[in-house]
Design a protein around this ligand. Structure first.
Ligand code: PEP
Length: 252
């Protein structure tokens, strides 16, 4: 059985007071999680140190929403792996569609970020996904496959044991439109098959592939029951302790 990872992407929500409130709620609801399940929260940078303190001794892990691909330097407004690690992060989301759309991130840049994260002991959650126009044109599989090849280029088998891929159809993010379990399963299967062609089969078999796009407490169990869906990347529904906790507990 593959591990299940449920990660909450807080995006640009929650100041310090709100962070404390949400994490206090989560702490009381997630005192324990199933042994094969990992729950991760990814607050904004300003809340990371506080979150690390609040989550000490709980099963909930900490992640960031992005990072730059160089160690340090004159990169105003950016953040490094070292800063994230010193704030207590174990995970980092890379290549979220909002980063691709609003900040021009390419597969090549995301690949550079993933390599930097891996070499320095951060676990990357790498996002891929098609637009509505691409889905309607029938090119979902080609688009997602090209992204997967690009973001994983040059990674080793050892790297792959630490990588999580999040399939997030852009048309389902923040829209309330979820991919049906069958639609999501089809793309997850394509990703796993492709990874099996790029790496030895056991790498593909062990790879955690999350689904993201309007995952809510009432649709999580059905999505997570699919063969190739091993977790969720959750936006809106992770901003309330009870809904995030119920998604964490919905996993197979
Ligand atoms: C996301 O931001 O990664 C996401 C999936 O958002 P939502 O759950 O709100 O669709």
């Amino acid at each position: 059985m593959r591990n299940v990872i449920i990660a909450g992407n807080w995006k640009m929500y929650k100041d310090l007071r709100e962070t404390a409130e949400l994490l206090d709620g989560l702490k009381s609801l997630l005192k324990s999680v199933k042994p094969h399940v990992t729950a991760v929260v990814c607050p904004p940078y300003t809340s990371l140190a506080l979150a690390a303190e609040k989550l000490r001794g709980t099963p909930v892990r900490l992640g960031a929403q992005n990072m730059w691909h160089q160690d340090e330097g004159a990169f105003t407004g950016e953040i490094s792996w070292k800063m994230l690690k010193s704030a207590g992060c174990e995970y980092v989301i890379l290549g979220h569609s909002e980063r691709r759309q609003y900040f021009g991130e390419t597969d090549e840049l995301i690949n550079a970020k993933a390599r930097k994260a891996l070499v320095n002991g951060l676990l990357p959650i790498i996002c891929v996904g098609e637009t509505l126009a691409q889905r309607e044109k029938g090119v979902t599989s080609q688009v997602v496959s090209a992204q997967v090849k690009g973001v994983l280029a040059g990674l080793t088998e050892t790297d792959m044991a630490k990588v999580v891929i999040a399939y997030e159809p852009i048309w389902a993010i923040g829209t309330g439109k979820t991919a049906t379990p069958a639609q999501a399963q089809e793309v997850h299967h394509t990703i796993r098959q492709l990874v099996g062609e790029m790496f030895p089969t056991h790498v593909a078999d062990q790879l955690v592939i999350q689904y993201g796009g309007s995952v809510k407490p009432d649709n999580a169990a059905e999505l997570l029951a699919q063969n190739d869906i091993d977790g969720a990347l959750v936006g809106g529904a992770c901003l309330k302790a009870d809904s995030f906790a119920s998604i964490v507990n919905a996993s197979k």
